[in-house]
Design a protein around this ligand. Sequence first.
Ligand code: ATP
Ligand code: MG
Length: 579
Amino acid sequence: MRAFCLSRTSQTVYLLLPKLPKQRTMTDTDKPMNFIQQIINADIESGRIKEVVTRFPPEPNGYLHIGHAKSICLNFGLAAQYGGRCNLRFDDTNPEAEDQAFVNAIIDDVNWLGFSWEGEPCYASDYFDQLYDWAKVLIKDNKAYVCELSAEEIRRFRGTLTEAGSNSPFRQRSPDESLNLLELMRLGEIDEGAMTLRAKIDMASPNINLRDPVIYRIKKLPHQRSGNKWNIYPSYDFAHGQEDAIEGISHSICTLEFAANRPLYDWFTENLPVPSIPRQYEFGRLNLNYTVTSKRKLKKLVDENHVSGWDDPRMPTISGMRRRGVSARSIRNFCGSLAVAKTDGVVDVAQFEHFVRDDLNTNAKRVMGVLHPVRVCITNYDVTSTELIPVPNHPNDEALGSREISFSHQIFIDKNDFSQDISLSRKKFKRLVLGDYVRLRGAYIIRADDLVEDDSGTLLEIKASIVPNTIGLDAPEGIRPRGVIHWVDARTAVDCQVNLYDRLFSHPSPGDGDVDFVAQINPNSLISITGCKAEASLGEALVGEHYQFEREGYFVRDIDDQPQLTFNCTIGLRDNWKT
Ligand code: ATP
Ligand code: MG
């Protein structure tokens, strides 16, 4: 077993995960192989590879989201299945948008999801020296040149999908001159934007990516890891394949939008003395309706304070989902259910919610919390007594244990579970009605006898009586409780706040067309209810532990809940997703 620590919480919680089985080929799985597994099997059979080596390569310019989780599960999952390895590699080639705080959050999130890598994480910035040397190799081989066209001119010279581009006037510059200029660029002696280093490939190529792409640009910015050492930074295209080659990646898996970059990826590894030849494969990215999965858009939500931060429980970020109470296992199960295909698609968010609920239903402890409390005075119960009643933590799983809940002469029930309308049918209202009976979950049957209201008719208190000897026993002859409701003992209950969440967007495809996605934020995506009452055991609730508040939904303690104990509603109880 491997233990994982859920850090960034006030308490430290350890989860034990089963070790993933190691196997070389896919034989004992009932799921059909996806196209990448088929490629890997063929590569193993033909001897092209000896070991499956993958990587997950986030740019540390934001937090990871549910889309990244698909890529993480795929890359780490394949490595585990084939007994290989998967690197966590930060693609930190653009200091403008990157931050060490994002690096830390990403490491945390991948670990929390249940994945680990050998040794330290890798960083593109660790290869800056090597990449620079390889840039010089290209220049010496007359395959790269320093160009003085502006960004705008480069765009104009590039041509269009239907028209060939035209050569830069600097294309014929001698290798020696380019080498000197590149060195000056590196030393910070050339102004930003004045020069770039470009690969010399083919300005008439039908693939625009091959029309002399920029491989180094000047950015006089300190880097979070290499400090002020560099004034130039490599482009994604120049960095990524070479990083893969250095790390011996066998299958470099990325999303479909990189398909057109693959010829360039291959061009670099073919034209440079790299230690291995990795291959790139593209799969369809995960899109969810009612959700945005773009770091740029998520960043806007954070920067403009539409949410409380990257880990706001409404965010589709891994840390947001964790704070919301989504389990790592349910994210893994959901990702495992997704097709790994060569087409993009939109997945119904209800499918994700189904996996979240399914896991919580199995693993969450049952407890009681009252969101809209009204006091019930039990008039035939001794005011000095407190009774402890043992109740199971889960109806179908003894392994989750049991606890004792207290009962005394005053309890709270939910206002919505009471009505004074005695004409309400038993079928329509299976809760407490004046003059009728209801069962308190795990405890007595009670009858509502009377009520106390203020001058304006607001309900202040219900007077009720217990039916003696009904804990764990059937109702006596002639008494038929309408249903079962939840409650807490007023003497021991803890006060708390409850945050109820709805989808962050009210539109299924936020930002589609000309609409600003921000305008489609659901104004009721967060409803905070204060003055809730929870059973005493929840005063000691651990962050990261999942609870079902009976009849309400699944809840988790918020990571940041001082001075008020706060529970976030992960999801309601009802599942609308049709399998
Ligand atoms: P975003 O569009 O959110 O900015 P990105 O692709 O720029 O995402 P990276 O940090 O570069 O973000 O992504 C790291 C890895 O995760 C890449 O291999 C990328 O292809 C993959 N990835 C990103 N978004 C998704 C998604 N929605 N579904 C599957 N994989 C994704
Ligand atoms: Mg990217």
